[in-house]
Design a protein around this ligand. Structure first.
Ligand SMILES: Nc1ncnc2c1ncn2[C@@H]1O[C@H](COP(=O)(O)OP(=O)(O)OP(=O)(O)O)[C@@H](O)[C@H]1O
Length: 272
């Protein structure tokens, strides 16, 4: 559904940021884009949306060049960066603007779709509330609903769970996962949390210094890759809690990485 082949981009001719990015994403799949600060994750999202033009290579959505397919891409920015003096419903109706002519106002059908999007993320009851009176988690859900109202094939989210408490992080991730599967769309999200990638992503793209690696979370977030891309020692531990097997990413402190477990009581098996 989304295909990126040999994508390269730099803001100046002297310094490439993204080099030869290649991956494919199927319908109902989530891609987590990861890498240290400033490596080009947001730049990649902008190239996928056609806001920045690939300098070589291309990205295609359903076979169409990203810039042509832009109408089918829903973008969810980080909620904490904005203030919005609109009601929740009006905000979500903005997601329909790309289908309207310049001076047109939203019609009944636009409001119906906007309400449906609010229902899908579970916040229809907030319709009349001002966006400026919402919590960070609620506002993030409003922005997801706004993107959904645009009936996207591809949902792009820039660190959707950052600045949220643990409960809201999980809520947002569950919503993203459910919608991606139910609505048969694909989703690309930047995240700084390996455990979130393990929890919801089907694929991970690691970026650093013009290098990249793509694959399933457990295959990509290996000790070697994490050391090479982030400069820290890590492990994925598999733990059984209440009969359920859970894979968890941990950063190893010095003593653990020197094989001194330091009295850790959880029984675990390092899987990669
Ligand atoms: N408009 C711009 N013009 C020139 N350079 C830019 C521009 N936007 C970003 N950059 C530079 O490009 C590089 C990649 O930036 P980008 O925002 O894509 O990184 P990121 O991986 O998303 O970072 P973070 O994790 O901190 O959000 C950085 O060095 C940044 O300073």
């Amino acid at each position: 559904m989304l295909q990126v082949k040999g994508g390269s981009f730099g803001y100046t001719p002297e310094k490439a940021i993204l080099n030869n990015i290649t991956f494919t994403l199927k319908e109902r799949e989530i891609l987590a884009v990861m890498g240290p600060n400033g490596v080009g994750k947001t730049t990649l999202l902008k190239c996928l949306m056609g806001i920045l033009k690939w300098q070589s290579g291309h990205s295609k959505l359903d076979g169409k060049d990203s810039s042509e397919a832009r109408i089918k891409i829903g973008y969810v920015p980080q909620a904490h960066q904005f203030s919005f003096p609109y009601s929740v419903l009006d905000m979500v109706v903005f997601g329909r603007a790309k289908y309207m002519s310049v001076f047109a106002t939203p019609g009944k059908e636009d409001y119906r779709i906007a309400k449906e999007a609010l229902e899908e993320v579970g916040i229809l009851h907030l319709s009349d509330k001002s966006c400026n009176r919402l919590s960070g988690g609620q506002l993030q859900m409003v922005l997801i609903a706004r993107a959904l109202a645009g009936e996207p094939r591809l949902l792009i989210l820039d660190e959707p769970e950052s600045h949220l408490d643990f409960y809201n992080q999980l809520t947002i991730l569950e919503i993203i996962k459910r919608l991606t599967k139910e609505k048969k769309i694909a989703c690309v999200m930047n995240t700084h949390y390996p455990n979130h990638a393990i929890k919801v992503a089907d694929q991970v793209l690691l970026l650093n210094d013009c290098k990249s690696v793509f694959g399933k979370p457990i295959e990509v977030l290996t000790q070697e890759n994490v050391r090479a891309y982030f400069g820290v020692d890590s492990a994925i531990v598999r733990t059984r809690i209440l009969g359920k097997e859970i894979s968890t990413f941990v950063i190893l402190n010095q003593s653990l990485s020197e094989n001194e477990p330091g009295g850790a009581r959880i029984e675990h098996k390092i899987v990669c």
